[in-house]
Design a protein. Structure first.
Lengths: 312, 511
């Protein structure tokens, strides 16, 4: 097991190197001059030359890439082109905001998703089941920025229940969390439904019913509990999506997180910020994936036994 | 099972407590309204400020905040006229030297008195900063006469000096604060009506009234600049009362704001000109007959109606907006005339038109303008392919002259900086002349106009330049944008400044 985790962690290195190389190349190949972003609209040619040198942009691509990697390994992600602040400070100042939003969206998706999925499995082929299937389909297909705007128009502008672009308190979290979490909600609903339908047909559920247990007890205590493993797995994966998917939602809701930072940095061709954010997101995604894999083994004794048998 | 639910419950409690922390933090004073005597103004801005130090880089988003913190020697009023600010008066000593008499008893936010030494230090600091010095390299020397008198000497005679000194980059800053160990960008100290309070990375900027402001304490005690990137959210924020004032509403939201009893809208013609340019180094476009044909084929009224929803002013064949001195509209007219356009094209050897590209930055307004131009030119057989790109890419590639046609905007507050950037040979490329068109004659006239101390002569020269370029059409000025700001109807005294960096001082709630 330890070996397995270590090996998976070691896999992070080539993943991050690959991602960083691709992003670095893309940022380098797209036209546009970061020095111009740095200096603004008007400047003298001398100033341009000096700044090019100061930012190290006069060096060849591979030298710049290697020096970036060398510094990044030591925790130095460079200085933002547009604000001249250390990249790490810029990111750390906003990361908690994104985390809070992603966690809130995940809780919304899990709680509502499991409830909806359970009811539609328990009442399979009922009107409720069709409705929840339909809702899930819409939830998956709907672009979340559009849904976010609709929420703002209805619940902020129309009814005035929630703020449209505040960033303070639980109230301001409600709309962005719903907009961000709806996609995951739909996926979790579908997963809960199918997983539960599978377990409901198992012998031990029939036994429980035969014992004369009430239906809700059968579903919640016997069936749902065994159906939880894939739901937990998918929820973990969704968390990775939620953190990276907050990009558009944060712009729509004026939420000062790393997603909005990324959008602004791309517009300004602020390579150090873009690169570091993509690296952090890729790293987190990989770690979360690993976490869910480990959890899978943890929850399912059969998989744990497999690892032990193979002595991986 | 129970364990798992209790785990979820703990996570939930943790998040709620984290957010309770956030809300109590934000609750301190940032409450928008509802308290009986409202003295906090929350302003929704489209772009986040980048620097609090006005002398790092000339960016509108930063200047919209720093202009409240720092005053300059002179200022422009809402009608773009030069008025005294930190300098009470000035006189021209000779054609390269201007003497400024400073207002006595002006206090910086740190309590120090502003003296000639601070002025010299500030301007020299601007000249030394690559991001803003473009406008100040003309200054040769700054001489302190006494504590309240200072002389500014230019390398050549230069009559746009006062305009340049009114810009935000010419902010007068406290020498003591700027030379201390503290990072000036995080602790900016000026002599403006508002003091800097806080600015969280990615968050709001908070300023508070400076009680010792030399023109009197501001009526609004606290300003909060809130970054709201989506235009629709700024108008919704006005409707819900979350913000009191919003800059740059979307053209499509204006009617909604006008019709709302609780809100009002202010509009003013800006100094930003939208124009279509030709790379005159490219085949076809190097022929003035082709450029004129295109000028005749454009229907400005349609462009304004479609792109700006009717809220823009026609440019009348000059790059100088009417609010700038020396503006002469319609020295030559190109009224919409397809027959004339076709015959000019035929004369130039393209009876059936030709293929070309139109380069444009990817913003809503410019993109739709490009589409309308594309449609209008197709009527004379010119097949335009639109090349949409990120702003940064657009500026650098057009700066290198890779483009054919291009569509963009230019903002300026004085005739010299506008005409020089667009038509002077020294501004070829990145500095603004992306048509790469220039003549020695126009160069000489622009130089002379900027040097003469006789305003009438300058006006004559600018009129002559406008006539020549209207005939040669290296660019076609199309429309002057309108600026807008929406606000709660109880907000009074706010003046929209055509130069976009609106000055909050003077704004108040109620009558």
């Amino acid at each position: 097991m330890h070996k397995f985790i270590l090996r998976r962690l070691a896999m992070l290195i080539p993943v991050l190197l690959g991602v960083s190389f691709i992003v670095f190349s893309i940022m380098d190949l797209t036209p546009g001059d970061p020095v111009e972003m740095y200096l603004g609209d008007n400047y003298t040619p001398e100033a341009h030359a000096e700044m090019t040198k100061e930012l190290g942009l006069d060096k060849p691509f591979i030298v710049r890439y290697l020096s970036y990697i060398g510094n990044a390994v030591q925790g130095d992600f460079g200085i933002s082109y547009s604000t001249k602040q250390p990249v790490l400070d810029e990111i750390l100042a906003r990361f908690p905001n994104t985390l809070v939003l992603a966690i809130a969206a995940l809780i919304f998706a899990i709680v509502v998703g499991i409830i909806l999925g359970t009811i539609s499995a328990a009442k399979q082929n009922s009107i409720f089941d069709s409705m929840s299937t339909f809702t899930a389909l819409i939830g998956v297909s709907m672009p979340n920025f559009w849904f976010g705007l609709m929420l703002i128009i209805i619940f902020a502008a129309g009814l005035g229940w929630f703020p449209s672009s505040e960033f303070s308190g639980v109230k301001s979290l409600v709309l962005p969390a719903i907009a961000l979490g709806t996609n995951s909600l739909a996926i979790i609903t579908r997963m809960t439904r199918s997983s539960l339908l599978e377990t409901i047909r198992q012998d031990y559920v029939r036994t429980a019913r035969a014992k004369g247990l009430k239906e809700y007890k059968v579903i919640i205590k016997h069936a749902l509990r065994n159906a939880m493993i894939p739901i937990i797995t998918i929820s973990g994966l969704q968390f990775g999506f939620l953190i990276s998917g907050a990009v558009v939602i944060e712009t729509v809701f004026s939420w000062p997180g790393i997603g909005r930072l990324l959008v602004e940095a791309i517009q300004l061709k602020d390579t150090p910020i873009v690169l570091s954010l993509v690296l952090i997101k890729a790293g987190m995604f990989t770690v979360i994936n690993l976490g869910t894999d480990i959890m899978y083994a943890f929850f399912d004794p059969r998989i744990r036994a497999q690892y032990k048998a193979k002595r991986v | 099972m129970v364990k798992r639910f209790s785990f979820l419950f703990i996570v939930f409690i943790l998040i709620v407590s984290v957010m309770a922390g956030c809300s109590s933090q934000a609750g301190n004073g940032t409450t928008t309204g509802k308290n009986s005597t409202k003295d906090t103004l929350t302003i929704g801005i489209p772009d986040a400020p980048v620097y609090m130090d006005p002398q790092i880089q000339a960016t509108l988003a930063s200047y919209r905040v720093t202009t409240q913190i720092f005053d300059r020697l002179v200022a422009l009023d809402d009608d773009m006229k030069i008025v005294p600010a930190l300098a009470d008066s000035w006189e021209v000593e000779n054609e390269t030297t201007t003497v400024f008499h400073l207002h006595k008893g002006v206090k910086f936010h740190n309590g120090e008195e502003m003296k000639a030494e601070d002025v010299k230090f500030s301007l020299e600091r601007a000249i030394a900063s690559a991001g803003v010095n473009y406008n100040y390299l003309i200054i040769k020397d700054i001489i302190i006469v006494d504590d309240y008198t200072i002389k500014i000497v230019t390398k050549q005679p230069f009559n746009a000096l006062l305009y340049r000194l009114s810009l935000d980059a010419a902010a007068i800053i406290s020498k003591k604060a700027a030379t201390s160990d503290k990072d000036f960008n995080k602790h900016p100290i000026g002599a403006g009506p508002y003091k800097f309070v806080s600015w969280d990375l990615g968050g709001d900027v908070v300023l508070e009234a400076f009680p010792d402001y030399y023109k009197g304490e501001p009526k609004i005690k606290k300003l909060i600049f809130k970054h709201i990137p989506e235009a629709i959210n700024r108008s919704i924020g006005l409707e819900t009362g979350e913000i009191d004032l919003a800059y740059d509403l979307a053209i499509t939201d204006l009617d909604k704001v006008k019709k709302n009893k609780n809100l009002k809208l202010e509009e003013v013609t800006s100094t930003t000109v939208n124009y279509l340019g030709f790379n005159t180094k490219k085949p076809n476009l190097d022929d003035v007959r082709v450029r004129k044909a295109i000028a005749y084929a454009l229907n400005t009224k349609d462009i304004i109606d479609i792109v700006f929803n009717g809220t823009a002013t026609p440019a009348h064949n000059t790059m100088l907006p009417p609010s700038l001195s020396g503006s002469v509209p319609d020295t030559i007219k190109y009224d919409y005339n397809l027959d004339k356009a076709k015959s000019l094209l035929a004369e130039a050897g393209h009876p059936n038109g030709f293929k070309t590209t139109l380069w444009v930055p990817d913003t809503q307004v410019l993109k739709s303008a490009a589409e309308v131009v594309q449609g209008q030119l197709s009527k004379i057989g010119i097949d335009v392919e639109i090349k949409l790109m990120q702003s940064g890419t657009f500026y650098s590639s057009t700066g290198k002259g890779e483009h054919d046609l291009f569509f963009m905007t230019k903002t300026s507050i004085d005739p010299d900086s506008m005409l020089r950037a667009i038509y002077h040979s020294e501004a070829f490329g990145l500095s603004g002349n992306r048509s790469f068109w220039a003549t020695k004659e126009v160069d000489a006239m622009l130089d002379k106009a900027s040097q003469t101390t006789d305003p009438d002569e300058a006006k004559k020269l600018y009129a002559e330049v406008q006539k020549i370029v209207a005939d040669q059409v290296p660019v076609i000025p199309i429309a002057i944008e309108h600026l807008n700001a929406g606000m709660q109807s109880k907000v009074n005294g706010f003046g929209l400044y055509p130069g976009k960096t609106h000055y909050i001082y003077g704004t108040h709630f109620g009558k």
